[in-house]
Design a binder for this molecule. Structure first.
Ligand code: CP
Ligand code: NVA
Length: 310
């Protein structure tokens, strides 16, 4: 059956089938080759794109902006301090105004409900550029990087080490469950993933979704070790507590070399706090694919816009 995502919003990978996710990944690879060949396109010609940011961003903002420029769309960056969103005007009204003017809306911010409300009321595709609980565009870039390194997704072992209840861990769990990647979260008891999400993912997944507290046990057989910051945006007050809790979950060379494989790669969504969740030597090693991953944000975000708009 032909895949058609035109008009769809991209709020969480939970809403997409494995075939639809594969379609976006294949499109990402094609768009990457096109860009590498120096071909500018017009797949998004004339589209006006709103980029709404409540939280700061380097990769996501730049990926959306450059993707628009590459394919003929016009991006407009709207910081929450510059517009009425949330303060003087409710989300529902902002959504209806933006939907009358723009062809698509990216949102990065705190609540998942905000991105859902934008999608519900704007009448145009809305893309989730990160919320407190999810980061689906990042996972597409991570999966493209896995495919580039291993030629497949199904059956790989991805081990996430760190804050097991943050947006990255959630998004990876959903993505892995969809794509039949075995997913292990290694974290202290206090930071285990939400039980409801775990149950929901396990209910449909054909791969293993596990929580293994001990990091050395968790990384055995890992094809990829993934980590993220210990203190996510909006949680700055918890810094001291997190550092105490996560001290033993640092990805250092000793842990990285405990997988039993010499092909394991290191992934991180970035930005990274070197010396906390990952050591400089692992981050800079030739097994680290973090800058391929960062570049892949561009190609995958472009694919999401092309698939849902063009
Ligand atoms: N990985 C990621 O989302 O990076 P930014 O916060 O820089 O957008
Ligand atoms: N968990 C991090 C991801 C940043 C891309 C945060 O929310 O700050």
């Amino acid at each position: 059956m032909a895949i058609n995502l035109k008009g769809r919003s991209f709020l969480t990978l939970m809403d997409f089938t494995p075939d639809e996710i594969n379609y976006m990944l294949k499109l990402s690879a094609d768009l990457k080759s096109k860009k590498r060949a120096g071909i500018r396109g017009n797949l998004l010609a004339g589209k006006n794109i709103a980029l709404l940011f409540e939280k700061s961003s380097t990769r996501t903002r730049c990926a959306f902006t450059v993707a628009c420029n590459d394919e003929g769309a016009f991006p407009e960056y709207l910081n929450k301090n510059d517009i009425q969103l949330g303060a003087k005007e409710d989300v529902k009204d902002t959504a209806r105004v933006l939907g009358r003017m723009f062809d698509g809306i990216e949102f990065r911010g705190f609540k998942q409900e905000t991105v859902e409300e934008l999608a519900k009321y704007s009448g145009v595709p809305v893309w989730n550029g990160l919320t407190d609980v999810d980061h689906p565009t990042q996972v597409l870039a991570d999966f493209l990087t896995l495919i580039e390194n291993f030629g497949k997704l199904k059956g790989l072992n991805l081990v996430y080490v760190g804050d097991g209840r943050n947006n990255m861990s959630n998004a990876l769990m959903i993505g892995c469950a969809k794509m039949e990647i075995n997913y292990t979260v290694s974290c202290p008891k206090e930071l285990e993933p939400d039980k409801n999400l775990l149950e929901k993912c396990r209910a449909f997944s054909k791969s293993k979704i596990e929580v293994v507290n001990n990091p050395k046990d968790a990384v055995k057989n890992a094809d990829a070790i993934y980590t993220d910051v210990w203190v996510s945006m909006g949680e700055e007050a918890l810094k001291e507590e997190r550092h105490k809790l996560l001290h033993d979950w640092q990805v250092n060379s000793e842990l990285f070399n405990s997988t039993g494989k010499d092909t394991t790669i290191f992934l991180h969504c970035l930005p990274a706090v070197k010396g906390s969740e990952v050591t400089e030597d692992v981050f800079e090693s030739d097994r680290s694919k973090v800058f391929d991953e960062a570049e892949n944000r561009l190609h995958t975000i472009k694919a999401v816009m092309v698939a849902t708009l063009a």
